[in-house]
Design a protein around this ligand. Structure first.
Ligand code: F6P
Length: 345
């Protein structure tokens, strides 16, 4: 690759704590190397429409502790319409980008994989609170979401105990149980239900009853939004799908709470944590991981290593190919879930 003069950066998909630290690191590392950075607004939509913003040290000053993304985001799939995909290619060229840094999850990086095949020079940065991307040990945003959920579980304990109730906490995570399992272990949940294993209602009620017998007249059940009942029923908010074909999950918490109350006779309440898990200031871990990812992505561009994504492997930030395998879903580590199960009840 010749001299790198100009790079673009975009954030796509659901927002997530740590995006601003990544953008800041990209801009600072790029500018330190004499590279101009153009911010693409609202994910791939910005390249479809040609909506950009110049980024400099001033624009990223003070954004490190802020949640969300200063660039805006959207779930735009430019490959839904051939003219949109063409517009992306045209704007990339018109902006004279030497490379693009795409920060996103499965969908945003999936689009990047297709664009790389069409000749664009892209480096990917994995992002999602769900931690469900196969080619990195952790994504930034996950730690913040887990901490929010853990705090909620801590708070549910005192009200559950005072009222002798069962509390069901529904957490995000899409089709993977990472948030549920980490937050559930950290918060000492009595049962944790994940999409990777069908919900066994009899077993859940049995745990609750046993706790009552030993004098624990309250229980905390954490359920991942993508968890399914034994018959395979997964609960979605609506039938409508987004541009990438995903349904909006949510509702299993209420369904489960109703069934638990019916079967055990114990008063049961549900708390749906929802987007609170995605909002607000990133934890120190997510700020550091985001900063390391952002700086490494620029280093890869400068080294001519596009078509790659940054990844956390153990303690190291490394480069991995940005291909179809990179965007495959990573489900919960069975060993970790077995550990969680050994503490149920
Ligand atoms: O992928 C992140 C995530 O927060 C999922 O956990 C959740 O299912 C989804 O996004 C919610 O998306 P939206 O912001 O479109 O409601």
């Amino acid at each position: 690759m010749g001299t790198v003069r100009t790079i673009g950066v975009l954030t796509g998909g659901g927002d997530c704590p740590g995006l601003n630290p990544v953008i800041r690191a990209v801009v600072r590392r790029a500018m330190a190397n004499g590279v101009v950075v153009i911010g693409i607004k609202n994910g791939w939509q910005g390249l479809v429409k040609g909506e950009t913003v110049a980024l400099d040290l001033q624009s990223v000053s003070g954004i490190l502790p802020k949640g969300g993304t200063i660039l805006g985001t959207s779930r735009t799939n430019p490959f839904k319409r051939p003219e949109d995909a063409q517009a992306v290619l045209d704007h990339y060229r018109a902006l004279k980008l030497d490379a693009l840094i795409a920060i996103g999850g499965e969908d945003t990086l999936g689009v990047a994989v297709k664009l790389i095949a069409q000749g664009l020079k892209i480096v990917g940065i994995p992002k999602t609170i769900d931690n469900d991307l196969s080619r990195t040990d952790f994504t930034f945003g996950f730690d913040t979401a887990v901490n929010v959920a853990m705090e909620a579980i801590d708070r549910l304990h005192s009200t559950a105990e005072s009222h002798h109730r069962i509390m069901v906490a529904e957490v995000m995570g899409r089709h993977a149980g990472w948030i549920a399992t980490y937050a559930g272990i950290a918060g000492g949940a009595d049962v944790i239900l994940v999409p990777e294993e069908p919900v066994d209602l009899d077993a859940v009620c049995e745990v609750i009853r046993k706790r009552h017998h030993r004098g624990k007249e309250f229980s905390i059940i954490v359920v991942a939004e993508g968890a399914k009942f034994r018959d395979g029923t997964m609960i979605a908010k609506e039938d409508k799908t987004d541009a990438f074909g995903h349904v909006r999950l949510g509702g299993i918490g209420q369904a489960l709470a109703d069934l638990i109350e019916q079967r055990t006779g114990f008063e049961t309440r549900v708390t749906v944590l929802g987007h609170i898990q995605r909002g607000g200031s990133p934890t120190a871990f997510d700020r550091v991981l985001g900063t390391r990812f952002g700086a490494k992505a620029v280093d890869l561009v400068l080294a001519g290593q596009t078509g790659m994504m940054v990844s956390l492997q153990g303690q190291q930030i490394v480069a991995k190919p940005l291909d179809e395998t990179a965007v495959m879903m990573k489900t919960i580590d069975p060993e970790l879930y077995d550990l969680a199960k050994s503490f149920f009840g």
